[in-house]
Design a protein around this ligand. Structure first.
Ligand SMILES: C[S@@+](CC[C@H](N)C(=O)[O-])C[C@H]1O[C@@H](n2cnc3c(N)ncnc32)[C@H](O)[C@@H]1O
Length: 244
């Protein structure tokens, strides 16, 4: 089997991504990002097929993206407006762009695609180095819920119809804080595998990484409409600010 690297998830899932994760109404996210962006420019880490970048760019904010997967970016390019968004094909753990941004953002748990703590710290430092004074770093992440696992593993059915079944199998390593998963699609003609690995963090660990990178916690919401973040929140939207 080929080795898992930053492009693997996107390259394998690109044909199915927009079908499986249509994402609902992007308006609350786009409105929030536009408000935080000011005059821009902004940078999205893991831009993918442009679910958020395309409607954000349509507001007039200059948007730049980074993604490790050429297959995901090809899907973006094929959409109206997708050809004009500058995208750097690179790992976002460590990157070097000329621009300085008013906002860098990474949504849909994508920051957890950096698979160890040391690299996540470097990711924060890379972002901090690309923010203009007063610039912001926004992350949308799940809050880890280890109760989903039974003795370190979980199997669930994501979709089923008369001709196919899609199941999600995952195992977690509490020491590395890593979840290794496969989405498996089975039909009468065979199976396809879509691997995914993440290193999850609690919000407090992200806060520490931000402090190491010289960023200050500005907001933590339970959702995109400024819902309070509480013990019951399953996700958070967090904004760090570089002192201006
Ligand atoms: C879950 S998708 C999110 C796409 C898009 N932001 C959205 O919200 O629909 C994650 C994206 O991040 C990219 N990605 C994951 N880890 C990466 C890394 N270390 N460096 C660069 N891109 C990465 C994948 O190729 C994929 O396109």
């Amino acid at each position: 089997m080929s080795e898992y690297d930053p492009s693997t998830y996107g390259d394998r899932v690109a044909d199915m991504y927009d079908v499986w994760y249509p994402g609902g109404n992007p308006a609350p996210m786009v409105d929030r990002l536009e408000a935080l962006a000011g005059d821009g420019p902004v940078l999205e880490l893991g831009m993918g097929t442009g679910r958020i970048a395309l409607p954000l760019a349509a507001t007039g904010v200059p948007v730049h993206g980074i993604d490790a997967s050429s297959a995901m970016v090809e899907k973006l390019r094929a959409k109206p407006g997708g050809a004009s968004i500058p995208v750097t094909i690179s790992d976002f753990t460590e990157f070097d762009l000329e621009d300085r941004f008013s906002l860098v953002f990474v949504v849909f748990n994508t920051f957890f695609g950096i698979l160890d703590q040391e690299d996540q710290v470097r990711g924060f430092q890379s972002v901090a180095g690309h923010l203009a004074p007063g610039g912001r770093f926004l992350l949308e992440c799940f809050v880890p819920d280890l109760g989903r696992f039974d003795r370190g593993q979980r199997l669930s059915v994501a979709a089923i119809d008369d001709d196919a079944i899609r199941i999600e199998a995952s195992m977690y390593d509490p020491v590395a804080q890593r979840v290794t998963a496969q989405v498996v699609c089975m039909t009468e003609s065979g199976s396809r595998f879509y691997p995914l690995k993440v290193r999850y963090c609690w919000p407090s660990e992200l806060d520490l990484m931000a402090r190491l990178a010289g960023l200050e916690l500005e907001h933590r919401w339970g959702g995109w409409n400024e819902e309070p973040f509480t013990a019951a929140s399953g996700q958070h939207v967090t904004v760090y600010r570089k002192p201006g």
